[in-house]
Design a protein around this ligand. Structure first.
Ligand code: SF4
Ligand code: SF4
Length: 652
């Protein structure tokens, strides 16, 4: 028997067993079989796996559609004592036919686990046929994933909606994506797309442009003003969501789909959190933001603006107003101050990066002069410099203490900023702000050399004594990180913080804090992350809040177990050699259209225009539909609860 690796010994499923769930005895997946308990019936394993595989078959190609059906029937006959020995050869042949002739990964990898069982345990199959004994069905759950799905923090069913786009069913595609996020179009524009870093097509001729495909679908649909087509049965239970960023909106949306009455409390005069006041409009146009947030709210979500937790209301007030649970996701809207001399002097011309972007987004009056220096290496710093260019600054310089390769900002953003006229001074670090009569006049900097690897895994910056020099400027923007404003916690002594008061402590699985009924998510739980990470937190917290309200307790669901197993086993294999002969000449990814530099740098017009419709269809056709199936069998022990299946499934 080929045990695919030593995974059995490194799996720790104790978390999932804490509510009395059974031990895992076998796992079948796209790589083969892991038998943790050799007593498991191999024929039953093969039957259940093949039947689950049949459900994944989309029916487009005959070998997969017919083959999985015939193979399932043969296995069912063996288990019912109705097969003859010849059926075993038929079964093996069906598997070979599916493997060799199917169009997508469901067929051309799916049956491997079954062929492995037949080849390695032929005697067991023959004995089952000869004895004609009835084989009872074991206790299984199954789940599919794909490398791209597993790479996406919010687990969007990417191959599913790509297929719908390929067929021109854009609204359907968005509905599919919305099972995992209420913000599919916004993510299509702004996500840093870890899914694409996990796309198997990269092993052939280049990753699929997943983000841009979804963006196209969203644009096609949203500009025709669609409304939700599904009805929600309200349960009348009020839940409070504090913060309307991606975590808050996502939590509100999924609670609403479950029938709750969410009310969002937002401190700012606008909805959207960092999506509205942190991402410049040339990356995410307001019109589109309004459309997608509007769609989300139109499911029946209420909201109140200019309501700051701790100033205008308390968590206690909410419980007294009969809100059953509270989800806090106020984001990280305060610029980090690293103690640069002059930064606390309230100087005219000094800005923190987050506030600068917020002021521009809210249309507040801002005058940064002709020459601005920005300190930082992350995406906020790059957003600040590109915004400064658009505000009419003649000279925009980013100073960063490490090298370009070590900048946390996306490379594409850095290169785009350079094209727009931004200068990057690497290996340069500000040591103080030069001021005169309360006004910024420049920055004193020092030259840096790189030393050994530090805790961040990058080479450490070392100041070079005697290399200090001054740079003149009208404004200085410090964009070296952002932290949450947790002042509201003074009213909530039960809730603990960590990481020098930068995050709130909560159970990583349930999202609940030490104060019963109060949940947290997004940047205040993890530190600043991306929109898609916050979206995941909001969605997961919604499930836990629902469980908590209904049962007063929490139980892990099968989704959590599979998420853990997929993570542990690994889904995308960079080294996999894929023999994909449909496009022998290669079929490289399409490129998106850009607004020319000359017509974009004096305004906030959207820069990236996405793909043309022809390119979108071309890209969607390149997708190999890499669904991988995993089946988990549990030990058969009486009185053991099975993990909930299909717990979080919505029918639109
Ligand atoms: S949300 Fe981001 S990671 Fe997920 S599918 Fe979309 S682009 Fe990829
Ligand atoms: S080819 Fe398609 S299904 Fe496969 S990993 Fe890439 S996007 Fe996902």
């Amino acid at each position: 028997m080929k045990i695919i690796d030593k995974i059995g010994s490194r799996l720790d499923v104790s978390y999932f067993k804490k509510s009395g769930h059974a031990d895992i005895s076998s796992i079948l997946n796209w790589k083969g079989v892991v038998l943790l308990d050799d007593r498991d019936n191999k024929v039953d394993l093969a039957r259940c796996y093949m039947q689950e595989l049949q459900k994944l078959s989309c029916g487009v190609c005959t070998p997969c559609m017919i083959g999985t059906s015939v193979a399932s029937d043969i296995l069912e006959h063996i288990c019912n004592g109705q097969a003859i020995l010849k059926d075993l050869d038929r079964l093996r042949n069906q598997c070979d036919w599916i493997l060799s002739s199917s169009k997508c990964t469901v067929g051309n990898m799916g049956p491997l686990a079954v062929t492995e069982l037949i080849d390695d345990f032929k005697q067991d199959f023959e004995n089952a046929i000869i004895s004609k004994e009835f084989i009872p069905r074991g206790d299984y759950i199954a789940h599919s994933t794909a490398p791209c799905i597993n790479g996406c923090p919010s687990k969007l069913d990417i191959p599913d909606w790509i297929e719908r786009v390929r067929d021109g069913r854009f609204e359907d595609a968005l509905e599919s994506a919305r099972r995992s996020t209420p913000l599919p179009g916004i993510l299509g524009r702004t996500c840093f797309h870890p899914c694409q870093d996990n796309c198997r097509r990269a092993n052939v001729d280049g990753t699929i442009q997943i983000c841009l495909i979804r963006r196209f679908a969203a644009d096609s649909v949203f500009y025709s003003d669609i409304k939700p087509k599904f009805a929600i049965k309200s349960n009348g239970i009020k839940v409070a969501i504090i913060g309307s960023g991606p975590a808050g909106l996502s939590c509100a949306y999924y609670l609403r789909l479950m029938g709750y009455k969410p009310v969002i409390f937002e401190a700012l005069p606008v909805l959207g959190g960092m999506m509205t006041v942190g991402i410049p409009k040339y990356r995410l146009p307001q019109e589109f933001l309004d459309k997608e947030i509007g769609y989300t709210l139109s499911t029946g979500i209420d909201y109140k603006l200019n309501q700051r937790l701790g100033r205008d209301f308390t968590v206690q007030d909410l419980f007294e107003q009969d809100f059953k649970t509270v989800f806090i996701a106020v984001g990280a809207h305060r610029g980090q101050n690293i103690g640069l001399p002059g930064s606390d002097d309230n100087l005219k011309g000094f800005y923190d990066g987050v506030k600068f972007l917020r002021d521009v987004a809210l249309g507040n009056k801002i005058d940064i002069g002709d020459k601005v220096i920005i300190e930082g290496g992350g995406n906020v710093a790059v957003d600040c410099c590109r915004t400064a260019i658009r505000l009419g600054c003649k000279e925009v310089i980013v100073v960063y203490r490490r090298s370009k390769e070590q900048m946390p900002a996306a490379l594409y953003e850095i290169d785009t900023a350079v094209k727009e006229g931004v200068r990057f001074d690497f290996l340069t670090n500000p040591v103080s702000i030069v001021q005169e009569d309360g006004v910024v006049k420049g920055v004193e900097c020092i030259k840096i050399k790189l030393g050994g690897i530090d805790k961040s895994g990058r080479r450490s910056p070392i100041e070079m004594p005697g290399t200090n020099f001054n740079m003149e400027c009208d404004s200085f923007i410090m964009a070296v990180g952002q932290v949450p404003d947790l002042d509201f916690l003074k009213d909530l002594p039960q809730i603990k913080t960590a990481n020098r008061d930068r995050i709130i402590v909560a159970d990583k699985f349930t999202h609940m804090t030490d104060m019963p009924g109060v949940f947290v998510g997004g940047d205040i739980l993890t530190g600043p992350l991306s929109i898609v990470d916050s979206n995941r937190d909001g969605k997961n917290a919604a499930r836990r809040m629902d469980q908590y309200i209904r049962t007063g307790t929490f139980e892990p669901t099968d989704d959590c177990l599979f998420e853990y197993l997929f993570e542990e086993i690994g889904v995308y294999d960079k080294k996999e050699v894929i023999d994909y002969t449909d496009f022998p000449e290669g079929n490289p990814a399409a490129k998106q259209v850009e607004e020319p530099v000359e017509t974009r740098i004096d305004n906030f017009k959207e820069v990236d225009k996405g793909l043309t419709s022809d390119d979108v269809i071309y890209e969607a056709t390149r997708c190999m539909r890499c669904y991988f199936l995993m089946l988990v069998k549990f030990e058969e022990r009486s009185g053991i609860k099975k993990i909930n299946t299909k717990y979080f499934y919505y029918k639109y």
